[in-house]
Design a protein. Structure first.
Length: 208
C-alpha cells in the first residue's frame, strides 16, 4: 500500500504482524512521508526501488526469512536504503549484530516512542537522499567522461596527476598549444571550471 508524498521520503514497513504494519503506517502517514507495507521479507525483495529517498523498518523475526537474512540479500544487491530494525526486548544482541552488518539502528517494540521512531526515520531518509545525490552526480560525471576523445581523456588524466602543460607536451610529443586546446575542451565537456575539480575526479578518469 502506498500513501502520502514519495518525494519527501518513503518508509518501507516490513512486519508479519498486520496490526503492527497498520499502526506504523498510520503513524508515519500523519507525518507526510509515503509508506509501503510488506507482510514478509520476500515481498520487500520483490519490490522495485525508486529514485526517491527511502528507509526500511524491518522486523527481525518473521516466518519466511528473518530480518538478518533479508539484510544480507539487500546488501548483495547493493541496496543503499538504510535499515532500522524492529526487535523484541530479548533480541537486542541480534539487533546489535545487524548494526555491525550495516543497519542504521534498531527499535525495541513495543517500547519505542513516536519521537524516537520519527527521529530515526528522518535521519535515515536524509542519509539515503545524500547517497542518491552522490550516485546521480557520479553517473553524470561518467557520462561526461564518455564524451571525451581519446586525446582529451589522456591529457585530462595527466593534468589531474599534477603535470604541467609543458611536461605533458614533451611526454606526448605534441605542442604545448595542442595540450592547452585539448585541456580546455576536456574541462568544458566535463563542465569543470577549476583545476582542483579535475584533480578530485582523478580516480574516475582511470590510469594514465
Amino acid at each position: 500500500m502506498t500513501a502520502r508524498n514519495a518525494e519527501q521520503g518513503t518508509v518501507l514497513i516490513v512486519d508479519d504482524d498486520s496490526a503492527v504494519r497498520d499502526g506504523l503506517r498510520m503513524l508515519i502517514d500523519a507525518t507526510g512521508f509515503a509508506t509501503e507495507t510488506f507482510a514478509c521479507g520476500q515481498a520487500l525483495l520483490d519490490w522495485t526501488p525508486t529514485d526517491e529517498p527511502a528507509c526500511i523498518l524491518l522486523d527481525l523475526h518473521m516466518p519466511d526469512m528473518d530480518g538478518l537474512e533479508v539484510q544480507r540479500i539487500l546488501q548483495a544487491r547493493n541496496w543503499e536504503i538504510p535499515i532500522i530494525f524492529l526487535t523484541a526486548n530479548g533480541d537486542v544482541p541480534a539487533a546489535v549484530e545487524a548494526i555491525r552488518n550495516g543497519a542504521m539502528n534498531f527499535l525495541e517494540k513495543p517500547g519505542f516512542t513516536r519521537l524516537e521512531l520519527l527521529g530515526l526515520i528522518r535521519q535515515a531518509i536524509s542519509r539515503h537522499r545524500e547517497a542518491l545525490r552522490r550516485r546521480k552526480q557520479s553517473q553524470q560525471i561518467s557520462e561526461r567522461i564518455a564524451k571525451l576523445t581519446r586525446r582529451e581523456l589522456e591529457i585530462a588524466r595527466l593534468v589531474a596527476e599534477g603535470l604541467a602543460n609543458k611536461v605533458i607536451a614533451v611526454e606526448l610529443g605534441i605542442s604545448e598549444r595542442t595540450v592547452e586546446v585539448h585541456r580546455s575542451r576536456a574541462m568544458k565537456k566535463l563542465e569543470l571550471r577549476q583545476l582542483a575539480d579535475l584533480v578530485r575526479l582523478e580516480h574516475m578518469l582511470g590510469p594514465s
